[in-house]
Design a binder for this molecule. Structure first.
Ligand code: NAP
Length: 363
């Protein structure tokens, strides 16, 4: 995690967080994990006014201290925590924990922003990317589901192209980093790589579908009877739900690659109306949260390492698909722990808080 360490130090160097007596009471569940730690950084960076902050994890970490912008915080056991008085609970502790604790969180009157797959398919709860369907955000007892990491970055681009020319067909192949499986996913990659470099064959992975050192693996989540994996089914379903396009045809192939952080994707889109590459680049670049890095600058396409620590999702290599009428191909890269998880969740929290306080969304 050498690159990320630099970024974390930069964020925490000039910490002087103002206390907000009228601010939100926020709980971060899974605060010791890869996503939870980024949630704390994003709360700091996006300046959500905070009155009180609780950091929660399992009984394994309870009692440990986390250094936060709001001072050192003792990790509390989520199982025994009383959610009464909490305005916003940010969850990233796994699906089972979210399912188990949701009734208590809702009974306590909190807004639960959930990073897991527990509630994404539930028709009752919105699945939100603020730049696309932020109008569904409100500060009231209930659940807002945060989409899957690989979906969030892609739908930003699809929304831009749908508004510009209408889209019908989407085919995506992903190249997903090992941090998509959390801190243990990163540790597994590093351990296996070390073993391989020492001339040893790494033992079967307990985290990823296969060992990840010097290999690419076309399986993320269980293989289903449909022939798709769980991750692929998530991308297809969630894209339609977020865009409100039940009719959209989406095909996904999700691949784990030996990259620490940031997911890369190749997306093929068929538009209803013909648009030029220049028009597409312009629409993508104008979309909030998206940046075309090689817009009129050949060769400046983005990579996973380049996207690490960035809030923007990066697009490049927009070109004509030679085998599809009105077809476009592009490359899109985003930090899966930020826009793919923590940043999107904290943007929702900010929008909910600002909406309730000022009647407007967060910038
Ligand atoms: N990584 C990504 O790119 C990504 C993107 C989108 C969504 N997500 C989702 O976010 C969730 C967390 O992912 P992660 O990558 O941060 O995983 P992680 O690094 O393994 O962290 C897991 C966190 O959950 C906590 N936890 C585990 N069991 C718990 C329990 N029984 N009660 C309370 N807390 C518990 C852990 O606390 P301890 O320290 O006590 O073990 C830790 O804080 C997952 O559901 C994942 O699918 C991840």
């Amino acid at each position: 995690m050498w690159i990320r360490t630099i970024f974390s130090q930069r964020l925490s160097m000039d910490r002087e967080i103002q206390r907000h007596p009228d601010g939100a009471h926020v709980a971060v569940v899974g605060a010791t994990g890869a996503v939870g730690r980024e949630m704390l950084h994003c709360l700091e960076a996006l300046k959500l006014p905070i009155r009180s902050l609780d950091v929660l994890a399992s009984s394994r970490s309870a009692g440990h201290t986390l250094d936060t912008a709001w001072g050192p915080k003792t990790v509390q056991d989520a199982e025994t925590f009383d959610f009464r008085g909490v305005d916003i609970a940010l969850f990233s502790a796994g699906k089972a924990v979210s399912e188990h604790l949701a009734p208590r969180v809702l009974e306590a009157g909190c807004l639960m922003i959930d990073n897991t797959s527990a509630f994404r398919r539930a028709p009752k709860w919105p699945l939100v990317v603020p730049e696309i369907n932020g109008d569904l955000i409100a500060l009231r007892p209930g659940i807002i589901a945060n989409p899957n990491c690989s979906t969030i970055q892609m739908v930003l681009a699809l929304k831009a192209l749908d508004d510009a020319a209408g889209i019908d067909d989407v085919r995506v192949v992903t190249f997903q980093s090992c941090s998509g499986a959390g801190q243990k996913g990163i540790d597994a990659l590093l351990d296996e790589t070390r073993q391989a470099l020492e001339g040893n064959r790494p033992a079967a992975s307990k985290v990823h579908a296969r060992t990840m050192a010097f290999d690419v693996v076309p399986q993320i989540g269980a293989l289903l009877d449909s022939g798709n994996t769980e991750e692929e089914e998530k991308m297809m379903f969630e894209t339609r739900k977020i865009l409100g396009r039940e009719d959209l045809r989406v095909a996904a192939t999700c691949v784990r690659v030996p990259v620490i952080r940031s997911h890369s994707e190749v997306v093929h889109v068929v538009t209803r109306r013909h648009i030029t590459v220049e028009e597409a680049e312009s629409a993508l670049n104008d979309m909030a949260g998206l940046r075309v890095t090689d817009y009129r600058q050949k060769g400046a396409y983005p990579t996973a390492v380049q996207a690490e620590g960035l809030f923007d999702t990066l697009v490049g290599r927009v070109r004509v698909d030679p085998v599809a009428s009105n077809g476009l191909i592009f490359w899109i890269v985003s930090d899966n722990l930020l826009k793919g998880a923590a940043l999107n969740a904290v943007q929702i929290a900010c929008a909910a808080w600002n909406h309730a306080r000022n009647g407007k969304t967060h910038e």
